[in-house]
Design a protein around this ligand. Structure first.
Ligand SMILES: Cc1cc2nc3c(=O)[nH]c(=O)nc-3n(C[C@H](O)[C@H](O)[C@H](O)COP(=O)(O)O)c2cc1C
Length: 172
């Protein structure tokens, strides 16, 4: 799929998935797209745990009980770290977000669907519970998860405000 088509087709998907495997080859391609994202000072602060064991997916679904998690064939767990990389600044959150956007586009281009789950992780210590399940070291943060699968429903991207409302040339 051409890049601009993937940008237009990308959407948040929160419904069920077909009972169709997502091959590891595709998961590696998707996560490689995340690895190739830019990061502040090229510090590459985001790590990725690719969960494709059904038992582990079921355990994550006990923490976040949503169909899009329970029926996912894989869940990409993005683990952020926050080292000082430039004059006391950390870019861990931005690095993670850049990696996630690359992966959203790769997931779309390969014909799968996903949703950026972030807010959901910050309720009821869900991120910490998932970190414990996956053996994530304490100083690192489970920040975003991406359930992946072949969508059973057709969904389109939510409407965006027109260009003129959000962008301008030379002056705000
Ligand atoms: C920082 C961030 C956090 C998000 N957290 C969640 C979340 O926890 N759960 C969820 O269902 N969607 C989440 N989303 C997806 C947004 O709700 C979605 O992108 C937005 O409604 C626009 O829809 P679209 O992705 O189809 O364009 C998040 C998106 C971003 C960028």
């Amino acid at each position: 799929m051409e890049l601009f088509e993937a940008i237009e087709k990308r959407h948040s998907y929160r419904f069920g998935f077909k009972d169709q495997a997502v091959p590891r080859e595709d998961l590696v391609r998707i996560v490689q797209a995340g690895i190739q994202a830019p990061s502040g000072c090229n510090a590459q602060t985001t790590s990725f745990v690719i969960v494709d064991e059904p038992e582990l997916i079921a355990k994550i679904n006990e923490v976040i009980t949503k169909r899009v998690i329970g029926e996912a064939k894989a869940i990409i767990v993005c683990v952020a770290s926050h080292p000082d990389v430039y004059h006391g600044m950390s870019f861990g959150v931005e690095d993670c977000a850049a990696a996630v956007e690359n992966m959203l586009l790769a997931i779309t281009a390969l014909g799968y669907a996903t949703v950026w789950m972030d807010g959901a992780l910050r309720c009821d210590e869900s991120a910490q519970q998932i970190a414990a399940l996956l053996g994530v070291p304490e100083e690192r943060e489970v920040r975003i998860i991406l359930p992946v699968g072949v969508p059973e429903q057709r969904v389109v991207q939510k409407e965006k405000k027109p260009f003129e409302e959000r962008a301008s040339f030379n002056r705000f």
